[in-house]
Write a protein that binds this ligand. Structure first.
Ligand code: ADP
Ligand code: MG
Length: 591
């Protein structure tokens, strides 16, 4: 491992072409499709199907962002679709406003509604989110039906206008297809942007995302708002396309249809969303000949959807993706940056971390009880104690995963006691977990880039290229620079641990918290780890480490704090602490 520190990692640095140039083929393809939509002669029936598929697909793209990328459920996409549709519907008829203004208004309304709904419920997550979005959907439906003075109620809105530029059905379709292509481009590239990476991190492991410096809540709200605005946009286009809308087109059942479309095609990608949308619109058409037998049509329709989802749990595109993985080109090679520098942030006083009177109670259980810890700058400080003595709980309180029952935590002069995890990380705290928490659907490099993206990481250049370089340097530092583009599942347990450390190091923390880094490693992996820790300490990074390995602790740490039953039973210079009679009896039972 040591040999690889300064080894050149990859020789090729493909000079990244500007994004738009690199994706010229996409736009050429899209232009051809738009031209076909504008010029081919369709009969009215086909035009309608295409119009529906195009506008629905935009709304389904929204679900691929919120559900596929960020892992949050939205069962009210039809309601957001309705916001756009009614804005265009009512706006262009009753208020005689410009189509463009109405479309914009619909998108803004959907965006605002989505952001408010998200901001008020996304802290709940899971089932609550599902229930709240269903309720929201029902409320919107009720308003559409009953606010007759505004929405015309069950009669719906007719004679909806279109922009002067796209008066014919076919030119309007071409306009919708162009919009779809543009939105598709953004949704396709979102996963590789900073926001998209944050969304994937939140989906993969919310706790780790927070600790890696991502504002989990805000990321979810953004995803939800993007989903809503795409719903609104699709709805606005839909209204113009069909010139007539009514409340039943935006009901809960339609929200389920949107969801099924995204799951069927493959929620993780816009291609999947498009496939699912097309298929779910076409299957009923293909089964039209069965409509003479009541019920049979629905049964076959339902059955085919169930079968597809049963045998392709990641959707059709997910299935194709896995099947063709072998033939696809290898990921881009990244050059390593300069050897990793762990520049400890601002240099304050001698004590980097000052914990006073820290307590954490779980009901009656005092997991951590009035503990004081002072970690000196540039040193290795060990936190030891028997199993269940409160070590991990202490770290969880320090990194903000638990709220302290009492006490105060100062990091480099900043009071972080009440901060959220990502803000503590921004303030300079880095950590690893006892049970490894990596973003499992991402490559090693992407995991570490998320670390490098920490706000306030003291990097001068925070461009995408610089962050990637920083991440490559961190991976090289732990000896995994050559495997940057492999998925987490390809790595042994020991190497996953190293990736987790690299993620923390890439963030350039002031203080690194390590929770039993050697747990679960075999003896050669342990040796590698010890060697790595020495190299980290040699750079002057301050470390607070929990470990059971007394050889490691006595070798590496200058200072030791011992916990037992949540209380601090010893603290001080290593050798003295290890000989302390209370420590000996806590570990061995007797003196
Ligand atoms: P250590 O890391 O020193 O082995 P922990 O900090 O994990 O110990 O646990 C300390 C005590 O707190 C244990 O008795 C454990 O059962 C309890 N504990 C830890 N986390 C929780 C929790 N989330 N809820 C209730 N009890 C907990
Ligand atoms: Mg523990």
């Amino acid at each position: 491992m040591s040999a690889s520190d300064n080894m050149p990692i990859a020789v090729i640095t493909p000079r990244a072409k500007p994004l738009l140039l690199r994706h010229l083929p996409y736009f050429i393809g899209a232009a051809i499709v738009v031209a076909l939509a504008a010029t081919m002669s369709f009969d009215g029936y086909i035009l309608n199907i295409l119009m529906q598929a195009t506008t629905f697909a935009i709304a389904v793209f929204g679900l691929s962002v919120v559900l596929g990328l960020c892992g949050q459920i939205n069962l009210a996409q039809a309601a957001f679709f309705g916001f756009g549709a009614y804005a265009v519907g009512i706006g262009t008829t009753d208020f005689q406003m410009s189509y463009w203004l109405c479309l914009l208004a619909g998108c803004v309304m959907a965006l605002v509604a989505g952001a408010i709904l998200g901001a008020s419920t996304l802290r709940l997550g899971g089932h609550y989110l599902a229930m709240v979005t269903i309720s929201f959907q029902q409320i919107v439906t009720l308003v559409m039906i009953n606010a007759i003075w505004l929405t015309h109620g069950p009669d719906g809105v007719g004679k909806i206008g279109r922009p002067a530029l796209f008066q014919t059905q076919q030119s309007y379709l071409a306009f919708c297809v162009a919009t779809l292509a543009l939105i598709g481009y953004f949704v396709w590239h979102l996963p590789d942007t900073r926001l998209g990476r944050a969304m994937r991190a939140v989906r993969d492991n919310e706790l780790a995302a927070g600790v890696a410096g991502i504002d989990v809540f805000r990321t979810k709200v953004y995803a939800f708002a993007i989903c809503a605005v795409l719903g609104g946009l699709g709805g606005g286009l839909f209204a113009g396309g069909f010139a007539y809308i009514s409340p039943d087109q935006f009901s809960f059942a339609e929200s389920i249809v949107f969801l099924t479309m995204s799951l069927l095609g493959g929620v993780a990608s816009p291609i999947g969303s498009a496939i699912g949308t097309g298929l779910l619109i076409l299957i009923p058409e293909w089964l039209r000949f069965l409509k003479s037998v009541p019920g049979l049509y629905l049964a076959i329709y339902g059955l085919s959807v169930i079968l597809i989802i049963r045998f392709m749990p990641d959707g059709i595109w997910g299935f194709v993706n896995v099947a063709t993985q072998r033939w696809r080109a290898k990921a881009r090679v990244h050059a390593a940056g300069p050897p990793l520098q762990l520049a400890p942030g601002k240099v304050g006083g001698e004590i980097v971390l000052e914990v006073t009177g820290l307590s954490k109670y779980f009901g009656g259980l005092k997991a951590v009880d009035n503990v004081d810890i002072a970690v000196r700058r540039g040193g290795v400080h060990a936190l030891i104690g028997p199993n269940g003595s409160g070590k991990t709980t202490t770290l969880n309180v320090l990194s903000g995963l638990y709220h302290a029952t009492a006490g105060k935590v100062m990091l480099d002069g900043t009071d972080i006691t009440d901060m959220q995890p990502h803000l503590r990380t921004a303030a300079g705290l880095g950590r690893t977990f006892q049970n490894i928490r990596l973003f499992r659907s991402m490559t090693a490099l992407e995991n570490v880039v998320i670390g490098a993206e920490r706000p306030g990481n003291a990097l001068v250049d925070t461009s995408e290229d610089a962050l990637t370089q920083r991440a490559m340097s961190a991976l090289a530092f732990v000896g995994l620079g050559l495997r940057a583009n492999e998925l987490i599942s390809c790595f042994s347990y020991g190497h996953q641990r190293l990736i987790e450390i690299a993620r923390a190091l890439a963030a350039n923390p002031t203080l690194l918290l390590l929770d039993e880094p050697a747990a679960g490693l075999n003896s050669s992996e342990k040796l590698e780890l010890h060697e790595l820790l020495k190299r980290i300490a040699a750079q002057g990074l301050t470390i607070l480490i929990i470990d059971h390995d007394m050889t490691l602790v006595s070798e590496a740490a200058q200072h030791i704090t011992v916990l037992n039953f949540g209380r601090r039973i010893a603290d001080g210079e290593s050798m003295a602490v290890l000989r302390h009679p209370d420590v000996v009896s806590a570990y061995l039972g007797t003196e």
